[in-house]
Structures are given as structure tokens and as C-alpha cells.
Design a protein around this ligand. Structure first.
Ligand SMILES: Nc1ncnc2c1ncn2[C@@H]1O[C@H](COP(=O)(O)OP(=O)(O)OP(=O)(O)O)[C@@H](O)[C@H]1O
Length: 550
């Protein structure tokens, strides 16, 4: 081999061409006779247009062999055994003795048709199975623009954008869909071409998989929402202490109605926790907005209207100069809680009914109505049926405010909640006053469960707080509760009366009413006949006290 053969090719490339077994050109790495010998052996074993490896005196090389009629050509380049040229493919070829078989298999894989386009978008290669699938002859697509050789090809777009397209459906003709990946190929930062790869033969299988995934995703979303809802419900109803069946049911009902856009009427005796229920409904429903409360029994009837509707500037003598928004307006988007709704005067009932029907509020002194959206929750301790029967409460208004009616059970029907309530009220009182939480003497809960509770939880809370005041910081004793029993004419629970277990109220309702009545009379006596003070001490409204005394 003469030296002139190697001119123009440096040591990073070698070319060996033979015709009828004779070397006709040997350039670069192939210039050396020993190198030629090694290359001839290796290229002989390599099929046409396939990669092969060889070991030359200068080191290992990989190359491609081309066989045509009586001519064979090998083009080789050295393998950088230190991997400094970043040539992953060559490293792979050197490291894996059957590397070519793997590449062969990939290129022939019927599930992974491969197409290669150069940076002009001209097809350089289509794997044989894919050629067949496209109806092309062997090498029939090479040299053609990608979009001419392959229906709906986007290889050119990928070359232009430099952005890979992964998992995209591609139509290869009527009813023939495939899912494909298209990736730009870069060399030294420049896009030199693009590779297309058919991922799945069966696009239907993919859409089935996608549908299943979507279903799983929406199920996951559903359970996530459920979990969030449960967490929210637990937090919002956590203030409703008590695990009796009645309380569990109430909590469940609260969670159910809170998410519906219906007006809720809460019924229950004084002090049973109606306002707490209203707050829980608000938190779970429109909790991100305001809850505006109005106690209709506490308000002189002359003020109810302006409180509810608000007024314009100078609407009446004494009205605010700039005018004022009423509770309806303040509660817009949130919750309006009308407490003691049974006490609304008849003329206001008519106006309230109009607002609830039309959801339009006019301030007093104005004729311009404003559309309002609020959630209405009302409560009353009164016997609403009786009020309707006696004509004191409008039938149609009742239907407007009571989309759903919740009943809060009196304490006597859930005496088993007393231990939990006792612990709750003790802790709340101590926390509020910065006091250490004392232990509670055994027997206190039983004693409390044995008392009549006409004022329900409010009365229980007052009794507990009163006892805490007269007890040591370490121990809340039974004596702290019974210290006034003698004065009240009651037997001392621990001494004379066998204590009953903490169980639901006995069924003898009339006897309980008698208890309540007796308690009411006793407290009234203690208060020197002052009904206002007696009602406060009992934790009941004055109207309920009158009822008990009637
Ligand atoms: N389930 C409960 N867990 C803890 N505290 C409660 C519970 N129910 C009521 N309370 C407490 O009892 C007191 C009275 O409750 P609330 O004011 O909600 O009763 P109400 O039924 O609205 O009374 P009224 O009819 O007199 O307005 C409050 O201090 C409240 O925090």
C-alpha cells in the first residue's frame, strides 16, 4: 500500500476499499498492512451495511461494511476506550460482544418501526419491517422527503422545532393508527436529523389503557375529595362534643345538609347547641365567607327590620348618616344565621318571606333592590308546630326556612356524653383562664348524669365552671358541685342517693319534666323571684322558663 493512499484522511478515520479481493484504496487508519489484514477478516464476517468491530495495531475500531458485487468497502473509526469523545454507541459496541445483534433486533423489531431523517427532512433510513408496513420496497424511502415517504410524518416539524413529540397518535391511512415518538437528534449542539419510532402497533390498546388510567385518576380524585371532605367534616364538627348515637347521627346529618344549598331549620331546646350546629353547617358549606348571626329574640322588634335589611342615609330618625348594610347584605355569599326565628314579629315575617322568595334586598328608605346569595340557617327552641297552629308563625315562611329540619337532642337524651362534655368544658375553661387543668374526682360525671338539665349544655357548662371556681387547681371535687345542694333542698348525691350509671335518659318523660320544673322553681326562689336572673342561671331563655313555670 503506497503512502499516497492515506493523503487527506487523518488518524481518526480509516477507509479500506477492495475490488475482487485486491486493495484499491487504504486511507488513514487502514493504511497500515497489519491494519488491512485485521479489517479484511472483520469485514468479511459482517453483512452488507452492518456495523463491525476490529482490533488494529493502533487500537480497537468500529466500522461499517458495505458489500456490492465485487467491491467491498469498510469505513472505521477508533473507539475511545476512555469514553472521552462521549461516543456512547461505540462504548456500547465495544463493551457488549453481541451489541450488533441487539441493534439488529431493535431495527427489525416489528413493534418499533424506526425512521431516520437528516436535517433537511430527507429520509435516511427506515427499518425493514416499517418499510413493509408502509408498502415501500427495500430502501424505497431513502432520499425522499419524510412527508412523501411516510403519511402524516412530522419528522420535519420536529427537526425545525427541536422539540420531541412523545406518545402521539399518527394516522397511517384509513383506520390505521399508531402511537409514535419523534425525537430530534443533536450533534455538537446542532440538530442533525430526527428519529421516529412507532411505539405501539395497537392504538386501540393504548386508548384502552389511557381510558383505564383516566378512570383510575378520577377514582383517585374522588377518594381524595372524600378524604378531604371527611377531614373537613371532622374538623368542623369537632366542637360538637359527644359520641352518643344521637350526636353521631346529628354530625352525619350536619355533614350531609351542609353541602346542599337548602335552608336549614335547627330545632332543639334552649342550650342544646343549635348555634354550634349552625356554625358547623356554615364551615362545611360556605365557610370561606362570613357567617352573620342575628338573635331575633334579643332584638327589640322596632330594630329587627333595619338590622335585617339595613337602611339608606337618613332613612329614619337616628339612622346612620352614611346608611348601613343589613344582615342580608353582610351575609352575601356566606351564611345568615337567624337565631330564635320563632320570635319574629308578624310584619317582619311577611318581609322576610319576600326576600327569601326573590332573594332581592331593599334597604329601608330605598327602592333599589340588590340580588343576594346567602345560605339561610335558622334556629328556634320554640315549638314551631304550635306557633303555626296558633297563627303566630306563617306557614309559608316555615316552608321557606325549613328545606331541611335538624333536631338537636336535649342533654337528658344523651347522658352518656357527660364524661366527654365534662372533660371538654373543664379544659376549655382552664385554657381560657390560663389555669392548669385539674383532675376530676371519680363520681363527678355520675353525679352530673343524675341531674335534670332543663338548660341543657349551657346549664351543664355553667355548673362545671361554677364548680371549677370553688375547687382546687389540682382536683375538681364532687363537693364543689354539691356545696349548694343542701340550700337547694337536694339530697347530697354521694351520701344519700345511690348514683345511677351513665346511661341514656330513662323513658319516663313526665318525671323528667317534673325535675326540670322543680329545678326551675328552686333557682327562681334562689334568685328572689327574678325571672331574668333565674333564666340566666339555668342557662335557658326567659320564654322557656315561663313555659316551665306555667
Ligand atoms: N355538643 C356540644 N359540645 C360542646 N359544647 C356544646 C355542645 N353543644 C352546646 N355546647 C355549648 O353549650 C352552650 C350552648 O350552646 P348553643 O348556644 O349553641 O345552644 P343553643 O341551642 O343555640 O341555645 P339557645 O336556644 O338558647 O340559643 C355553648 O357554650 C356551646 O358551646
Amino acid at each position: 500500500m503506497s503512502e499516497q493512499h492515506s493523503s487527506g484522511v487523518d488518524g481518526s478515520l480509516g477507509v479500506l476499499a477492495r475490488r475482487r479481493g485486491e486493495v484499491v484504496a487504504a486511507l488513514g487508519l487502514a493504511a497500515d498492512a497489519a491494519a488491512q489484514e485485521a479489517l479484511v477478516t472483520a469485514m468479511h464476517l459482517a453483512p452488507d451495511r452492518s456495523l463491525f468491530e476490529a482490533h488494529l495495531p493502533t487500537g480497537p475500531v468500529v466500522g461499517v461494511a458495505l458489500h456490492a458485487d465485487d467491491t467491498e468497502i469498510a469505513i472505521v473509526r477508533p473507539v475511545d476506550t476512555h469514553g472521552t469523545d462521549g461516543s456512547t454507541l461505540l462504548d456500547f459496541v465495544v463493551a457488549v460482544p453481541f451489541a450488533f445483534d441487539i441493534l439488529e433486533q431493535i431495527l427489525n423489531d416489528p413493534y418499533q418501526g424506526i425512521t431516520v431523517a437528516d436535517h433537511h427532512g430527507t429520509i435516511r433510513y427506515i427499518s425493514p419491517v416499517h418499510e413493509k408496513f408502509l408498502g415501500l420496497s427495500y430502501g424505497g424511502g431513502i432520499g425522499k422527503p419524510a412527508e412523501e415517504a411516510i403519511p402524516n410524518s412530522r419528522l420535519r416539524a420536529v427537526i425545525e422545532s427541536g422539540k420531541a413529540e412523545i406518545g402521539k397518535p399518527q394516522s397511517f391511512g384509513e383506520g390505521v393508527m399508531r402511537v409514535v415518538n419523534r425525537r430530534p437528534i443533536r450533534k455538537n449542539g446542532q440538530i442533525v436529523g430526527a428519529v421516529g419510532q412507532v411505539m405501539f402497533r395497537d392504538a386501540e390498546a393504548v386508548s384502552k389503557m389511557a381510558a383505564e388510567m383516566n378512570q383510575l385518576r378520577s377514582q383517585l380524585e374522588f377518594y381524595r375529595r372524600e378524604l378531604d371532605g371527611l377531614r373537613e367534616t371532622r374538623e368542623a364538627t369537632a366542637e360538637l362534643v359527644g359520641d352518643s348515637q344521637a350526636m353521631q347521627r346529628l354530625r352525619h346529618e350536619v355533614a350531609t345538609v351542609a353541602r346542599l344549598d337548602v335552608p336549614v331549620l335547627i330545632l332543639g331546646e334552649s342550650g342544646t347547641g343549635k348555634e354550634l350546629v349552625a356554625r358547623a353547617i356554615h364551615k362545611l358549606g360556605r365557610g370561606s365567607h362570613e357567617m352573620v348571626s342575628l338573635n331575633l329574640a334579643a332584638l327589640p322588634s322596632s330594630l329587627i327590620e333595619s338590622e335585617l335589611f339595613g337602611h339608606t342615609a337618613g332613612a329614619f330618625t337616628g339612622s346612620a348618616k352614611q346608611g348601613r348594610a343589613g344582615k342580608f347584605e353582610m351575609a352575601n355569599d356566606g351564611t345568615l344565621f337567624l337565631d330564635e326565628v320563632g320570635d319574629i314579629p308578624m310584619d317582619v315575617q311577611i318581609k322576610l318571606l319576600r326576600v327569601l322568595e326573590e332573594r332581592v334586598v331593599e334597604r329601608l328608605g330605598s327602592h333599589a333592590g340588590k340580588k343576594m346569595s346567602f345560605r339561610l340557617v335558622s334556629a328556634t327552641h320554640r315549638d314551631i308546630d304550635e306557633l303555626i297552629d296558633s297563627g303566630a308563625f306563617r306557614h309559608d315562611l316555615f316552608y321557606r326556612i325549613s328545606g331541611v329540619t335538624l333536631r338537636v337532642p336535649p342533654l337528658r337524651q344523651r347522658l352518656e356524653d357527660i364524661p366527654a362534655l365534662l372533660a371538654h368544658f373543664v379544659k376549655a375553661f382552664c385554657d381560657r383562664n390560663g389555669l392548669p387543668v385539674p383532675k376530676v374526682e371519680p363520681g363527678v360525671a355520675r353525679y352530673l348524669a343524675d341531674q335534670p338539665w332543663p338548660g341543657n349544655l349551657r346549664q351543664l357548662r355553667h355548673r362545671i365552671e361554677e364548680a371549677l371556681v370553688f375547687s382546687s387547681h389540682e382536683l375538681l371535687t364532687l363537693d364543689a358541685f354539691t356545696r349548694n345542694d343542701a340550700a337547694r333542698g337536694e339530697p347530697h348525691a354521694t351520701v344519700r342517693r345511690p348514683v345511677s350509671p351513665v346511661l341514656p335518659a330513662p323513658p319516663a318523660a313526665p318525671r323528667l319534666k317534673d325535675h326540670e320544673r322543680a329545678a326551675a322553681r328552686r333557682v327562681l326562689d334562689e334568685c328572689g323571684g327574678n325571672k331574668k336572673r333565674a333564666a340566666e342561671q339555668l342557662g335557658i331563655s326567659r320564654s322557656y322558663l315561663y313555659k316551665l313555670l306555667a
